[in-house]
Each structure stands twice: as structure tokens, then as C-alpha cells.
Write a protein that binds this ligand. Structure first.
Ligand SMILES: [Zn+2]
Length: 258
């Protein structure tokens, strides 16, 4: 009798998984993807220890937020980060929600201030909104006071508009010096994630010589539309997901590993 119950339960679980997979396949097809994205594993209970990438340190780096391009993990996951904020495509929000793809945004105020509401909806759908400065300047060219204004000013904009002061900060162009990290730390920043790959609407660019993805890699892309490249945000996400899924990776939430 117990065996029969167990068999029935197993059969039921198989059926539930089959139906869920069919549903994911249908949603993926609707967004132009032959295969549904892979599901990310459970977030790690013990968070990886983050250190600054070799060669990316500033003087006395240990006192400052770590600067990294990959999160140390064996999980076959990558993290998607989307920067700046020029393009505000409602289809992107729907696509990411329907496919269940987590991502982390790094925003510059001068690009988002004509429509703070778009990013509020993004936050309501589960994305985290982080600091990419007020005006997207080359920070090391500025005095400490001006760097602080750029970084701390954006911390305040996000706190005021979206309710929390971000823990994540990405310097524009990936350019920073000790003043940058000192100013960021003084205003609540704990991590300075850069990226290991960048995806565009028509190609990928890789930091590493093997031109491949690795577990824990941070992928950069931008809020851009047809004015900047030959396609839409959803075209770019299709390219991103085809590569990621094709190589056997899932997209995980960066904050789950920090
Ligand atoms: Zn940027």
C-alpha cells in the first residue's frame, strides 16, 4: 500500500513538472526562444567570500568595497546587470517577468529622471536598482569632492525615489580610483561589481582570452534601443539567453550571492 502511494506521488510530481516545463516552453516560444531558460539553483546558504580581482586593487584595497568581475561559485550561473537607463522599453519588463529572469540595474540620474516611474515598476517586479552616479562622468578625473557628489548624490536619489540606499555601485566606464571607493563606502556602498562579458544586440565582448562564460560571471548590458543599436532590448535579451542557455547556464540573482 505504501509502495502504491509512493508510486502515485512520484507520478503526480512527474506530471506537475511536465506541465510546468510545457508552460515555460510556451512562454519562451512567445518571446522567440526555442528553449526555456534554465532554472537557477537555490541561493547559497554560505555567501562566497568576495575579494578584489587581481590587478584591480587600489591602495589599501582591503578597507574599501571589493571590485570584482566574477563571483566565486561552482554553480553554473551567470548574473545579468543592465546599466545607464536611456531606453525605457515596457516590453523588457514584461519579458523578464514572464521568463523569470533576475537582473540588477545600475542607473545614472541624468538618464532616468524623465521617467522615474519606469524604474519603480522594474523594482516592483523584483529588480534591484543601484548606483551608477548622477551624470556618468569619468570619476578619476574629478576631485574627491566632485566624486563624492556624483556617488552620494545618486545614493540619495535612489533612497528618495525607491526607498533604499543601494549596497551596489558601479563606476561609469569601469573607471575608479581610491577616492571613488572611499566616497562610495562613506555612503553605504558595500560592493563594486564590474563585469566579465558585455552583450550587445548583435555581438558579445569577452574580457577573458578564452572568450567563454564561467560560473559566477557578471554580464553587462545597457538600457539601449534602436537609436543606439540595431534592435530592441528584447532582441538583446534573446541573444543573451540563447548563449547562456545554450552553454548550460542559468541566470541567478547577483544579490543572492552577496
Ligand atoms: Zn554606464
Amino acid at each position: 500500500m505504501a509502495d502504491a502511494d509512493a508510486a502515485a506521488q512520484a507520478e503526480h510530481a512527474r506530471l506537475v513538472e511536465y506541465v510546468a516545463h510545457q508552460a515555460r516552453t510556451l512562454v519562451a516560444r512567445r518571446w522567440g526562444l526555442a528553449k526555456p531558460p534554465l532554472s537557477a539553483p537555490e541561493p547559497p546558504h554560505t555567501k562566497p567570500e568576495l575579494t578584489t580581482r587581481h590587478g584591480f586593487e587600489v591602495k589599501n584595497q582591503k578597507q574599501f568595497p571589493p571590485v570584482f568581475t566574477t563571483v566565486p561559485t561552482k554553480d553554473k550561473v551567470v548574473f545579468l546587470t543592465i546599466d545607464d537607463g536611456a531606453e525605457k522599453d515596457p516590453a523588457l519588463l514584461r519579458m523578464m517577468s514572464e521568463l523569470g529572469i533576475p537582473y540588477t540595474a545600475f542607473l545614472s540620474d541624468y538618464l532616468i529622471k524623465d521617467d522615474y516611474g519606469y524604474f519603480k515598476e522594474m523594482q516592483d517586479r523584483g529588480a534591484s536598482l543601484n548606483n551608477h552616479t548622477l551624470h556618468h562622468l569619468d570619476l578619476p578625473a574629478l576631485s574627491y569632492a566632485r566624486q563624492k557628489h556624483e556617488i552620494c548624490g545618486m545614493q540619495e536619489v535612489i533612497r528618495k525615489r525607491y526607498g533604499t540606499r543601494p549596497a551596489l555601485f558601479r563606476p561609469p566606464f569601469g573607471n575608479y580610483d581610491q577616492d571613488t571607493l572611499r566616497a562610495a563606502k562613506s555612503y553605504g556602498v558595500r560592493y563594486a561589481p564590474l563585469w566579465d562579458e558585455e552583450v550587445f544586440v548583435d555581438h558579445w565582448e569577452y574580457r577573458e582570452e578564452d572568450r567563454d562564460l564561467h560560473p559566477g560571471d557578471i554580464v553587462l548590458t545597457h538600457f539601449r534601443g534602436r537609436e543606439d543599436w540595431k534592435g530592441t532590448m528584447t532582441d538583446m535579451i534573446r541573444r543573451f539567453l540563447r548563449t547562456v542557455t545554450g552553454k548550460g547556464y542559468a541566470v541567478a540573482r547577483l544579490e543572492d550571492y552577496l
